[in-house]
Design a protein around this ligand. Structure first.
Ligand code: 0A1
Ligand code: ZN
Length: 887
């Protein structure tokens, strides 16, 4: 069976486990499923350490698949208790249990299989399958967790309606939930009770969910565009129940937005969302029963920052939007993951952008893409948004599949316009509702609905790497013609040496010396049309000539980041300062600021003279610009991160990069101290949760962070005062994070006060761990090691691991890359420990060690040695894949 990956488990000898775990699965081997499922009935007898599951499943041969009488089902980490085929108990000689599943060599054309398994939710530390969080039961089945619950063809193209019955101790588990609608419930006489749920929509097993426990619930409702009333419920432990209002309001906004923007209504009568503390990712779109990492649900101004508020709304939107893009139309196989994820991220980006500042949202998304996805595309784990192979699918929930995937979906909208994109979406649903499809089907719907030839788009799905778009301008002053010579190239990546040209929409404008935009008229056109337009780059080299250009312009290229490429144009520092001040496109004003800052840091790294005055003057002008909103100012003032600078260096010296970036921040702060202080003071009173207040707090706290680089008594006092007087977590956290990198008494005082105030709030304590792990003080690693033993830390909880170990490994380059290798050793130690408990989370952490080839020789050798050390140890498939591909 294709997609039948083995991952070890009960009844398989150790060597077999290791061998089967290292198998590579290829897209080209896809075969349709041999057996289809008519319906699934699951009966759970829930007990913490010994839950029995009886699955009763009706199978029938798939007429479109290969013939053959054997039934192969996925499954591992379970105890098999019995199998009945059409009621007959099968003796062990009638079937074979192997590393990754169960084989019954001879089955009829149609049959009912009843399998009883026993599983251990309490002992399940991988948080994959059925597990316990905070004394409650919950599940995570994407991508392949269902096979740890019962034997099943665990692949997304097998879709079936599910009925679920569960019994549990009534006192410990008053709430019993699964997908769809509740159909019956009752009490049993031994203190247990039961409930039955039915989901009428056929779904793949990865969307199955079950939750049972002691949970409180907030309830609301939503009336759809067609007048149906949907009950909305958010479940959480009782002491968090008053922190769910923002999540509920966000859900209602998402439901309305999807109706208005895409004409998509919710389809069940009930929508449930459950918050749990132990969760490997952000959240999961199980049909009718979304399960969320509690970090992405709980909010009040005291415990959540403004960024948390925005993320909560976005992720609630994201999971809700999956109901159509993912659930109603799902993926044929896991290579198609970006079909649902890229599309749903694009939808959640549009949701945030429609509700808040579109420019700020675009800037933040591009900042993330450039910092993380471009780096991934240049790493040993580089892969196309539709990978051609994988060893462990959990390793492909990546910034490439998600964020670059969203950029590729955005390209259709850029090419076809908002209405054309909507026509494509409508046709996609019309054709594929209820089906499991491939990225080609999405492309075809977009093309057919618009009568467009989009065949070149396919290359974005198949080729990895970040294309480089080089532009050169030639101005003919006699003829008043301006020609842009454009060429594109893409570096080799593991899947391909040589790349075919991509279809790249290049949005641009041309500016006159006084800052006004020119009307754009291409040679051959009768007249100019507008001051911004999108050229289509389809070849390796192309030229575009504009006529009626009275003076040599400054081009504003790749407006709104019209394609996920690296732009290469010989801008001078003065051009950047000019575009920062005059570009009509707010995104490109930001991009120019980033370029100017990057240029300055690269010059400093090379020991060349850097014009810090120029950048400070440009920043000062931005700060004073009355037409620019506070958040855009804040974004422009934030320098590219250390890892972005490292990506721009052929060979990176992280210590030197940190020094130079800090130096630049100090010099800017010194030159602009007065303005930074006055801006900070003017915005001090920003309060409330409206966009304006959030934008003002953002700018205020960027000013504070610059001022703190001066480390004078005066600014430390200011930060400490901000900490003490903070009326919300945004301000409290910003002040704490700033103080955390200052060696002063106030640092200690603030950290202890924060700890005392928030020790009862697990998610807020995560912030406390993170600010310490992110500190630039020299003893940070020592502190982190000590914090491993702090009651607020727990190696079994992914949020805490991400906060402490993740922040140190992935967000504190200066200390992680300590020249003695101590950071690398520490992270490798933690990966080894974690891997035994939770391979998915361990695999996220080990990525910090991937890029040894890009480092200067000393660090490079030290990092590689840690990878080798890991490789010599017994590793999970998750960590094993990353380590082996990195070495
Ligand atoms: N589909 C979810 C993310 C998700 C993926 C994998 C998980 O476990 C391995 C959990 C959640 C989303 O995109 O939100
Ligand atoms: Zn998703």
């Amino acid at each position: 069976m294709s997609g039948h990956t083995c991952a070890g488990g009960s009844g398989c000898p150790q060597e077999e486990r290791v061998v089967s775990k290292n198998r590579t699965v290829y897209l080209k081997d896809y075969q349709p499923p041999q057996w289809l499922v008519d319906d699934v009935y699951l009966d759970f007898a829930l007990q913490p350490s010994a839950t029995e599951v009886i699955s009763t499943i009706r199978y029938r041969r798939n007429p479109l698949a290969e013939q053959g009488d054997a039934l192969l089902l996925d499954g591992h980490d379970m105890e098999l208790l019995s199998i009945r085929l059409d009621g007959e108990l099968l003796m062990p000689e009638r079937y074979r249990v192997h590393a990754g599943g169960l084989e019954i060599p001879a089955v009829p054309e149609r049959f009912t299989l009843e399998v009883t398994t026993r599983i251990d939710p309490q002992g399940n530390t991988s948080l994959d399958g059925l597990y316990r969080s905070g004394g409650n039961y919950c599940t995570q089945c994407e991508a392949q967790g269902f096979r740890k619950i019962t034997y099943y063809p665990d692949r997304p193209d097998v879709m079936a309606p599910f009925t679920v019955r569960m019994t549990a101790d009534a006192a410990d588990n008053p709430v019993l939930l699964s997908n769809g609608n509740p159909v019956a419930s009752g009490k049993l006489d031994d203190g247990r009770h039961w409930a039955e749920w039915q989901d009428p929509f056929a779904k793949p097993a990865y969307l199955f969910a079950l939750v049972a426990g002691n949970l409180a619930c907030v309830e609301d409702h939503f009336v759809t565009a067609s007048g149906r009333t949907i009950a909305l419920r958010i479940y959480t432990e009782a002491h968090h129940i008053d922190q769910c209002d923002h999540a509920m309001a966000s859900l209602k906004r998402a439901m309305r937005w999807d109706e208005e923007r895409f004409g998509l209504e919710y389809d069940l009568d009930l929508f449930m969302l459950v918050a749990v503390d132990d969760f490997n990712m952000g959240a999961m779109e199980n049909k009718g029963l979304n399960i969320f990492n509690s970090q992405l649900v709980f909010a009040s101004p005291e415990i959540a920052t403004d960024d948390d508020y925005i993320s909560i709304e976005a992720v609630i939107g994201h999971e809700y939007f999956h109901n159509w893009t993912g659930n109603r139309v799902t993926c044929r196989d896991w290579f198609q993951l970006s079909l649902k994820e890229g599309l749903t991220v694009f939808r959640d980006q549009c949701f945030t952008s429609d509700l808040h500042s579109a420019a700020v949202k675009r800037i933040e998304d591009v900042r993330l893409l450039r910092a993380l996805q471009f780096a991934e595309d240049a790493s040993p784990m580089a892969h196309p948004i539709r990978p051609a192979s994988y060893m462990e699918i959990n390793n492909f929930y990546t910034v490439t599949v998600y964020e670059k995937g969203a950029e590729i979906v955005r390209l259709y909208q850029t090419l076809l316009g908002i209405d054309g994109f909507r026509r494509g979406m409508d046709l996609y649903f019309q054709r594929h509702d209820g089906q499991a499809v491939a990225t080609e089907d999405f492309l075809a719907a977009m093309a057919d609905a618009n009568d467009a030839d989009l065949s070149q788009m396919q290359r974005w799905y198949d080729q990895a790497g970040t294309p480089r778009l080089s532009v050169r301008m030639e101005y003919d002053s006699a003829a008043h013609r301006c020609t842009l010579h454009v060429s594109q190239s893409c570096p080799s990546t593991p899947e391909a040496e040589v790349k075919q040209p991509f279809l790249i929409p290049l949005a641009l404008g041309l500016l006159r010396a006084d800052g006004t935009p020119l009307a754009l008229q291409l040679a051959g056109e009768a007249e100019g049309c507008g001051s911004s337009r999108t050229l289509l780059v389809t070849e390796a080299e192309q030229s575009f000539t504009f006529v009626n250009v009275p003076e040599a312009p400054v081009p504003s290229l790749l407006r709104d980041f019209s394609a996920p490429v690296i732009l290469d144009y010989p801008y001078r520092a003065e051009d950047d300062a000019f575009l920062m001040a005059y570009d009509e496109d707010p995104f490109n004003r930001w991009a120019a600021a980033q370029r100017l800052a990057m240029r300055t840091m690269l010059a400093m790294l090379a020991g060349e003279a850097a014009d810090v005055e120029l950048i400070a003057t440009a920043f000062s002008r931005l700060l004073a610009d009355p037409d620019l909103d506070a958040a855009l100012k804040a974004e422009a003032l934030m320098l590219p991160s250390e890892s972005e600078v490292a990506d721009a260096c052929a060979v990176a010296d992280p210590g030197h990069i940190h020094e130079v970036r800090e130096q630049l921040r100090v010099r800017i702060a010194t030159l602009l101290q007065g303005e930074l202080e006055s801006t900070h003071a003017e915005l001090a009173a920003a309060s409330g949760l409206d966009d304006l207040a959030m934008q003002q707090r953002k700018l205020k706290n960027v000013c504070l962070s610059y001022l703190l680089t001066l480390k004078t008594g005066r600014v430390i006092e200011l930060a400490y005062r901000c900490f003490l007087q903070a009326a919300c977590m945004t301000d409290q956290y910003a002040a704490l994070a700033g103080l955390a990198s200052c060696d002063c008494a106030e640092r200690k005082l603030a950290l202890s006060a924060f700890e005392a105030q928030w020790q009862g709030e697990a998610n807020v304590m995560g912030k406390w761990l993170a600010v310490q792990a992110g500190s630039s003080l020299p003893d940070t690693l020592e502190q982190v090691k000590q914090l491993l033993a702090h009651p607020a830390f727990d190696l079994r909880n992914p949020n805490k691991v991400r906060a402490l170990i993740g922040t140190f490994a992935l967000r504190n380059p200066a200390l992680f890359h300590a020249i003695d290798g101590s950071g690398y050793r520490f992270v490798a130690d933690q990966v080894l420990q974690l891997d035994r408990m939770n391979p998915q989370v361990a695999a996220r952490m080990v990525r910090a060690l991937m890029n040894w080839k890009r480092l200067e020789p000393v660090r490079s050798g030290l990092m590689r040695a840690q990878l080798q050390r890991l490789s010599d140890a017994g590793l999970s498939a998750d960590v094993g894949e990353i380590v082996s591909k990195s070495l």
